[in-house]
Design a protein around this ligand. Structure first.
Ligand SMILES: [Zn+2]
Ligand SMILES: [Zn+2]
Length: 256
């Protein structure tokens, strides 16, 4: 399984992209940096996008990729909860802000929406995909993706603490998890559903106590304005857990 990070941060700039991860060039998780970071040839290889929640930094490129697939005369499958599908059709692809590519062109729409439910595994473009509920400000789904050769990654998306229920459902080789805030922002992290280095450490300790191992850990959704401070604070977690924690960056590739 080849995992490519297109966007590793929570805000966009010339140097940073919003959350978007692509597996083996065909399966994307979130659309924060899809069109801006993939060539037209690469975009045409995409088979499906899994969306985790409705926040703009995760769905922003759906209208853009819809327009591109319309012009490619191809159909792209989007998998998301019913809430996210509803939000997209009401607020973005509503023929006001941008065309409704789920109905255009009528004979072969550019986007095909598929509703997924937490806990119900599905086979999507040859991968086993398990949607798992995580804890965020709005209903959010993380995805465990298993390749045909049995390699597993769990991409949490935006989440706050309290992941024990999620950990019980997954057994990843690679965990791609968010880390947005500094330790001093802990009470805000609880309120809005994000993690700090100390909160991440506690969640990984909970993972270890339930599963008796730790997967490879890669962090995304980093606030670039605080990245230096977060890196310094994560060292304490690495020491306590006796494991290496890597920060994702735009263009990074990971093979498992
Ligand atoms: Zn969010
Ligand atoms: Zn986000």
């Amino acid at each position: 399984m080849n995992i490519r990070i297109l966007g590793a941060h929570n805000i966009e700039s010339a140097e940073t992209g919003c959350t978007s991860i692509i597996i083996d060039d065909v399966l994307a998780v979130d659309a924060g940096a899809l069109t801006s970071r993939l060539s037209l040839t690469e975009q045409q290889k995409l088979k499906a996008i899994l969306l985790t929640h409705q926040h703009y930094d995760h769905i922003r490129d759906i209208p853009a990729i819809g327009m591109n697939f319309y012009l490619f005369e191809k159909t792209l499958d989007i998998y998301a909860s019913s809430i996210v599908c509803e939000v997209l059709s009401t607020h973005l692809l509503n023929d006001v802000l941008y065309p409704n590519f789920a109905e255009k062109p009528p004979e072969k729409p550019a986007l095909r929406f598929n509703i997924i439910e937490p806990g119900k595994a599905a086979t999507i473009t040859g991968y086993q995909v398990l949607p798992v509920t995580v804890n965020h400000a709005v209903p959010t789904i993380g995805y465990q993706i298993t390749s045909p050769d049995g390699k597993k990654t769990f991409i949490t998306s935006d989440t706050g603490p309290g992941l024990a229920d999620a950990w019980r459902q997954v057994s990843p080789d690679l965990l791609i998890i968010e880390l947005t805030l500094l330790n001093k922002q802990e009470s805000f992290a609880y309120k809005v559903g994000h993690l700090t280095p100390t909160l991440l450490q506690k969640e990984l300790e909970s993972f270890y106590s339930l599963k008796s191992y730790l997967p490879q850990v890669v962090l995304v959704h980093i606030n670039p304005l605080d990245e230096k401070g977060i890196k310094a604070e994560i060292r304490a977690a690495e020491k306590a857990l006796k494991t290496k924690i890597r920060f994702a960056r735009e263009g990074m590739r990971i093979n498992i």
